[in-house]
Structures are given as C-alpha cells and as structure tokens.
Design a protein around this ligand. Structure first.
Ligand SMILES: Cc1ncc(COP(=O)(O)O)c(C=O)c1O
Length: 333
C-alpha cells in the first residue's frame, strides 16, 4: 500500500471565488491547478484545510464521519484567516458529490477514503502582506488510505517540549498550512536527537498537543486533556472520544495539565496516554522524553482503555454499532 496520502483519485470538485461569488462547483482533473506565481497563498500562506474520512459499510453504503463538524471548522479557519467566506452547505455538497463519484474506490475497513478539503487565497498581489486575498479557490481531494496500524500497534515516543511552541498562540485553532511548517523544525530535531515520533508541545509547561494530533491522558476512569482555547486545534476525534468516554461512564476533565502532573501520573501503573486524530483515531503513547530522560507511561505498552475507546469509535465509523450521536452522513449512490 502506498504511504498515507500519496495516492489520489483522478478528479476533484473545485470552486473559485472571484471577489463577489463562488463559481458553480465542478469535477476536474486532480493532477494540477493553475495559479499565478504572485498568488496570495504562495507568499503569505493564506490557506486552510480539513481532514475527514468516508467509510464503506458491510451493506455497501458509504458514510462520511462528522462532516458537519469538519465543515464548521473549515468555515471558522477561513474566517480567522480573513479568506473569503465559505458556505459549509456548498462545501458539504462538493464532498458528497466527489465521494459519490468515487464510491466504488472507498476501501473497506480498516481502510477508508481520506477527504482533504482545501481553501487558499489566489489573488495575484505580492504587495498584500498585510491585507487579505480578495479571491480564492476551494477543492475536495480524495485519497484512499489503508490500515494505519498495519505494522502493529506500537507505542509512540513523544519528546516533551516546554520551551518552544507549535505555532503562534492565536493561530492554534486554525487548521492552516503555516502552523505545520512552523512545527517542522522542532519535530525534525526531536527525531534526530531522541528518535522521538512526535513532539508534545507544552509551552510554559502547559501540555497542549502534538504536531498533528491532540493529547489525552487516561488515568483509571478519568481522561484529562487541555480545555479548548484558541492556542491549539479543536480535534473532532478528541471531541468524539470524549463523548464516547462520558457515555461509557468515564470522568472527562478538560482542564490545564502541567508537565509535572503529567510525569507524576504517567509513572503510575495502569496509566495510559494517547494521541487522537483523524488519521490514527487513537494511537497509544508509551514513552515521554523530558530534558534528556525517558519516562514510561504506565506499562509502556498499549493500554486497554485506549483500545476500548478506539474500538467504540471504529464500531460507529464502520457501521458495527448504532450511530447514536448522528455522526454519519450517507452518500447517495
Ligand atoms: C495540529 C492538530 N491537532 C489535532 C488534530 C486532530 O484533529 P482531528 O481529530 O479533527 O483530526 C490534527 C488533525 O489533523 C492536527 O493537525
């Protein structure tokens, strides 16, 4: 199987904003787009995107998971970046039409069709460093993906970073390309120096998130994770897992978590930690590396609550459990 996100469906839905209105969305070849070299996005990073998945159920139906939440975040990211307003209903239609077009290519579980809506400023204007793009483009790109855990459910090693930060604090809740570019240097350094898989950003000692996933500490029947603010991404998987945890009778504490408390709790036998995100759903964290020292989380192995919560979410996504929270959108085939 190709690496995650490197295989694309040959067509995508696209629409252009000309300064006053969005063009009627249409399906076009997905191998190229034409942009002026002075396009706003190429100079001033006026871009945001989304990541969500469509799943194939045993009865042959295709369902998109939490499309409404994702489109609300897409609209919010666009607004916070001063990009032209998007209409979530129109973007949703672009998703359902593109997924319907390639319904036969949606892999069966544990695979899925990863959906990448993207929106960026197109105005040819290199003098607009401090002004928004008046024109933009949005498209819906599809990429079939396989089993994230095909290589086994190995535990992640996280470098706990309390000096730097992932991105500018007022930008954290925007799903924008610049934030990922800004996190790259610390991530590459953590890989080279500590063989860490990810960096857990904890600015000023406040446990926040990694470069592409939210962080959850699972201590007995309590889940502890940072309360929503504008400094980090409001993960839809995070919200889904917390909803399922509450439903299973667990205690959910959305509050500040310091690095000191994290290391203290992680040392307890039975403690678990996990990263939540669309790609991996819930990936176990086995080791924290802080100031050159390694700390095992609980046993250092995959925890049973992590597996149970991931299964509960997968069961809904895969149509093996009732969609009690109204998270699935059916694709008309
Ligand atoms: C920085 C960051 N945090 C958290 C997440 C998890 O968000 P979601 O669960 O909506 O995929 C992502 C997802 O890609 C991310 O890029």
């Amino acid at each position: 199987m190709a690496a995650f996100g490197t295989l694309f469906m040959p067509e995508m839905a696209i629409s252009w904003f000309d300064g006053s209105a969005w063009s009627e969305p249409k399906l076009v070849a997905s191998d190229s787009i034409q942009l002026h070299p002075g396009a706003h996005v190429l100079h001033y990073s006026s871009t945001c995107f989304e990541g969500l998945k469509a799943f194939r159920h045993e009865d042959g139906s295709i369902k998109v998971f939490r499309m409404d939440a994702s489109m609300a975040r897409f609209a919010q990211s666009s607004r916070l970046l001063a990009l032209p307003e998007i209409d979530p209903a129109m973007s949703s239609r672009m998703i359902t039409e593109t997924v319907a077009r390639f319904a036969s290519e949606v892999p069966a579980p544990p695979g899925s069709m990863y959906i990448r809506p993207t929106h960026f400023g197109t105005e040819p204007a290199i003098g607009k460093a401090a002004a928004p793009s008046s024109t933009s483009c949005q498209y819906i790109l599809l990429s079939p993906v396989g089993d994230y855990f095909a290589g086994g459910d190995s535990c992640l090693r996280l470098l706990v970073e309390d000096q730097g930060m992932r991105c500018a604090p007022h930008n954290g809740m925007i799903k924008s390309g610049g934030n990922y570019a800004s996190a790259l240097r610390p991530i590459l350094a953590a890989r080279a120096e500590y063989q860490a898989d990810q960096v857990l950003f904890c600015p000023g000692g406040d446990v926040q998130e990694t470069g592409a996933a939210n962080f959850l500490l699972i201590d007995g029947d309590e889940i502890i994770t940072k309360a929503l603010d504008e400094s980090f991404l409001h993960g839809i998987t995070r919200d889904s897992i917390l909803t399922l945890a509450r439903d299973l009778g667990m205690r959910v504490s959305e509050r500040p978590l310091s690095v000191d408390e994290l290391l203290e709790r992680a040392a307890k036998p039975g403690c678990e930690a996990a990263l939540s995100g669309t790609a991996a759903v819930l990936a176990p964290v086995g080791t924290l590396i802080y100031r050159g020292k390694e700390y095992a989380v609980g046993s250092g192995k995959v925890g049973e609550t992590t597996v149970r919560l991931r299964q509960a979410l997968n069961d809904i996504q895969w149509g093996k459990a009732e969609d009690r929270f109204g998270w699935l959108t059916s694709i008309d085939l």
